[in-house]
Design a protein around this ligand. Structure first.
Ligand SMILES: Cc1cc2nc3c(=O)[nH]c(=O)nc-3n(C[C@H](O)[C@H](O)[C@H](O)COP(=O)(O)OP(=O)(O)OC[C@H]3O[C@@H](n4cnc5c(N)ncnc54)[C@H](O)[C@@H]3O)c2cc1C
Length: 310
């Protein structure tokens, strides 16, 4: 039987969308439970932390690297039985959508252009265009790193909520397989709907540069200070509850185009900090702090990061 081989020649900048981050002590691609157990044993024996990595589209990794074991699930199976589609968590959302188009399965069109893996999308209940990852999920199978057991959950047991799930809350399970129940649809209409979302993103997002998407969470109107809500012309949108887009506040503060080393607040979308020229993690972190300070002093709002800093 093939033994999982940890690699020590991988840098976080090679395996994250931001293309930032130093060396990983042990990088383990895993495609079965035995591999995960081996990787966890390695971490335990050497008293090291471990981290589960998808496509790295929602995180900013440290220039100092990761002094532990990075576990990357590369399970990419696709099984279709009637309208039930069971896929491996390492499959890219993009690949999943291509399959649904090919087989005329409707329900996931909202995810057109959503970067990342199925596992990452399930963990954060990723969403866009009024859709959420949870919408058509019937079952998730994960591996509990604490108990060493496989766990099977139906949709309710996954406790999905806005950009959240039991997997994010617990933080100690590796998502392995996800089952969706999709409806039969019209192949052309599905393809067109997916393409619309991709085209929209191309216009709105600075996809020409590496990034981790929106850096800050939008501000929930329900917890916003009254002085902020009184500002004339303030933009409020539904996401899916009323929020003030962080991009709107950053734009109003005149911070678009602000640079630090190789990082820049995008001119196209103010909630994106892009890596336009070999940025370091520290460049991005400095910009994050500048934005937070400026938004607090101008609007009295504490912005919180949407991306994960590791
Ligand atoms: C240009 C751009 C646009 C974006 N647009 C959107 C958007 O519209 N909506 C949205 O919600 N997000 C968006 N994002 C953010 C990102 O794409 C999503 O959060 C995505 O679902 C993350 O998936 P990933 O595989 O890259 O996860 P990673 O970034 O690798 O990891 C994110 C988290 O998930 C965990 N994780 C990953 N895989 C597993 C697994 N198998 N088991 C357990 N935990 C796991 C990691 O430990 C980490 O905590 C965007 C990002 C970019 C760069």
């Amino acid at each position: 039987m093939r033994k999982m081989k940890p690699r020590s020649d991988v840098e976080l900048k090679d395996v994250t969308n931001y293309k930032i981050g130093g060396r990983i002590l042990y990088f383990c691609e895993v495609d079965k439970v035995e591999d995960i157990v081996e990787a966890l044993n390695l971490a335990e024996t050497e008293h090291l932390p471990f981290f589960i990595l998808g496509a790295g589209t929602n995180l900013l990794a440290s220039d100092a690297g990761f002094p532990g074991v990075v576990i990357k699930p590369v399970l990419r199976s696709i099984e279709l039985e009637g309208s039930k589609l069971k896929v491996g968590s390492g499959l890219l959302v993009d690949e999943l959508l291509n399959f649904t188009i090919e087989h005329a399965l409707s329900g996931l069109e909202w995810a057109g252009g959503l970067p990342g893996t199925v596992g990452g999308a399930v963990r954060g209940n990723a969403g866009a265009f009024n859709g959420e990852t949870k919408d058509f999920i019937t079952e998730v199978i994960s591996f509990d790193t604490k108990t060493g057991q496989l766990v099977k959950r139906d949709n309710t047991a996954c406790m999905f909520s806005y950009r959240n799930s039991i997997f994010k809350a617990k933080g100690d399970e590796v998502i392995l397989f996800v089952e969706f129940n999709l409806a039969k649809g019209d192949r052309g209409a599905i393809a067109e709907s997916v393409q619309e979302k991709i085209d929209f993103r191309k216009i709105r997002h600075p996809l020409e540069f590496p990034s981790a998407g929106s850096v800050f969470k939008n501000v929930d109107v329900r917890s916003a200070p009254p002085e902020l809500l009184a500002i004339p012309g303030l933009l409020i949108k539904n996401d899916p509850f009323p929020v003030i887009p962080a991009a709107h506040l950053i734009g109003r503060a005149g911070l678009k185009g602000l640079r630090e080393g190789g990082a820049m607040i995008s001119e196209k979308h103010a909630n994106f900090i892009v890596n336009f020229n070999n940025a370091t993690s520290s460049d991005v972190r400095k910009l994050i702090e500048k934005v937070k300070t400026e938004i607090m002093s101008r609007f009295g709002v504490r912005l919180e990061e949407e991306i994960l800093l590791i």
